[in-house]
Design a protein around this ligand. Structure first.
Ligand code: ADP
Length: 486
């Protein structure tokens, strides 16, 4: 396979700044592709939230000015290398020195600046990628900007785009007034409907309509989003682009998430040296003020507390979950009503329920390592990474069969399979799955066998990184001019 040059454009990347799964992917997929010999580089905004240890490592590369229609803005490019991957940071304090990442009223300007900065940076640093890999709405205009404004220059002419949907629910929707005020593309693209949905500008739709290839993060989600139920209003656009839409399941970094060597967890362990798992459980019980009891098994969730994640199902049968005898650990932030619900549950059952309402990377790892079961009853789930981290740390997933959860967790039956699953979005179906898990908890030998088995499954990036590289090849090759001998 010829060596490829790729620019991976993302609004977040671990370990620099992360709100969810996209951050994990951007922090690990580029490295996996580089390990296969390709020149993959990442670009993201330089938010003020960037961890200070990394801030001090940044090297200034270049700066220039760009236009957002009538605005002329500064773009700084700073760089650092992490695990062998060059990360470029687009700097502009006016747009990225904010208290939150995505919820700002002028977020269209923030990300138009980011997208233009990322594209214009390329000629400044003389990096000419074959592929610009865009991710979610924050990068959705890139394929169109490239086509309308940059391809006229030789330097940009052969670049191809891949647009990956990590979550179709968040689309980047703005009023039509931004067409002339800030978009900087031909207004015809709005009037012909290609970047418009329901009368509004839609960055996600722009990515879907103009990306050379579209991908999403699991096979099942790739089929689901072509239906009205999962399509978030854009199913018709996805059906139109169906031939160019592919599902490639996410992986996780097996090096950075290795229970045998992870420094963040209470005790190291692996499938052949499994006593450490119980040590972690005991330490977590003590750390969170739960009853310290080796016979008590832990069920956990680590998630954004939003409707998508099936929190309503948990609320509906929370007393029944407590009655299973499992200890219940919640780590998450989000909707204040959900946050209060879990605070209250833990106040009522302090020995049995712990609610950690915060974002805490280290605690997340400790919970993955210390739990016996990990619950993800999502309404929809493009891929889901929690279940993959859980299995890596020997924690049995309990999931609803949707999207990537369906593709990565095999129903457990007669000693085969990897977790407990249920189909319908229904609290009692979920409860049945939790009860089946609690039943297994009463058979420690069987539970331990399952836990050891799931630790041996391969959810590393190896295969999926190869699939992205094949996909890149398709567009690089497909579009080569035909040679005519006449
Ligand atoms: P999504 O991208 O929809 O948020 P994923 O399951 O794909 O869901 O990824 C969620 C990621 O965010 C996982 O790495 C999970 O561990 C992490 N995470 C979610 N909430 C928290 C939290 N409160 N503290 C630490 N990590 C969290």
């Amino acid at each position: 396979m010829a060596k490829k040059k790729v620019l991976f454009v993302t609004s977040e990347a671990a370990p620099f700044v992360k709100t969810g799964g996209l951050g994990d992917v951007a922090g690990s997929l580029p490295e996996a592709m580089r390990e296969k010999g390709h020149d993959v580089r990442v670009v993201l905004p330089e938010y003020s939230q960037l961890n200070s240890t990394y801030k001090s490592q940044l090297e200034h590369v270049t700066h220039f000015r760009t236009n957002i229609t009538w605005r002329n803005e500064y773009v700084g490019v700073n760089k650092l290398e992490h695990n062998g991957v060059p990360f470029y940071f687009i700097d502009n304090k006016k747009y990225f020195d904010r208290s939150n990442l995505y919820d700002n009223p002028d977020r269209h300007l923030q990300f138009i600046l980011f997208m233009r900065g990322a594209l214009e940076m390329l000629s400044e640093i003389d990096f000419k990628p074959d592929i610009i890999h865009c991710n979610d709405w924050q990068t959705g205009l890139i394929p169109l900007l490239l086509k309308d404004n940059y391809k006229r220059y030789n330097f940009y002419r052969d670049m191809k785009t891949v647009f990956t949907i990590h979550n179709l629910r968040y689309q980047g929707i703005f009023g039509p007034e931004i067409v002339s005020d800030s978009l900087g593309v031909d207004p015809a693209h709005f009037y012909d409907g290609n970047i418009r949905h329901d009368g509004l500008v839609n960055f996600m739709k722009a990515g879907i309509m103009y990306g050379d290839k579209i991908t999403t993060v699991s096979n099942t989600y790739a089929s689901e989003i072509k239906t009205p139920y999962f399509g978030e209003g854009l199913d018709y656009a996805l059906r139109m682009r169906g031939d160019d839409l592919e599902g490639i399941v996410n992986g996780i970094s097996f090096d950075e998430n290795d229970p045998a060597s992870d420094k963040e967890i209470f005790a190291n362990f692996d499938a052949s040296n499994f006593q450490g798992k119980a040590k972690n459980r005991r330490a977590l019980q003590s750390f969170l003020g739960l009853e310290i009891n080796p016979d008590k098994r832990i069920l956990s969730i680590i998630t954004r507390l939003v409707e998508q994640k099936g929190i309503d199902l948990i609320k509906h049968v929370s007393e029944e979950i407590v009655n299973t005898g499992l200890q219940f650990v919640v780590l998450g932030t989000g909707n204040p009503e959900y946050e209060d619900f879990f605070r209250d549950l833990s106040n009522r059952y302090p020995d049995q329920v712990a609610a950690e309402i915060k974002y805490d990377f280290t605690l997340a790892k400790r919970i993955y390592a210390s739990s016996d079961f990990f619950l993800m009853p999502s309404q929809f789930e493009p891929c889901g990474l929690g279940q993959l981290f859980a299995m890596r740390y020997g924690t049995v997933p309990i999931v609803r069969e949707t999207g990537g959860l369906k593709d990565t967790v095999e129903p457990y039956q007669d000693g085969e399979g990897s977790g407990f699953t249920f189909k319908e979005y229904n609290a009692h179906k979920m409860l049945n799955a939790i009860e089946a898990a609690a039943d297994l908890a009463s058979k420690p030998k069987e539970l331990e066998t399952l836990q050891k088995n799931i630790m041996k499954r391969d959810f590393s990036w190896d295969k999926s990184a190869e699939k992205y590289l094949d996909l890149y090849d398709d567009i690089i090759v497909d579009e080569k001019p035909e040679i005519s001998i006449v």
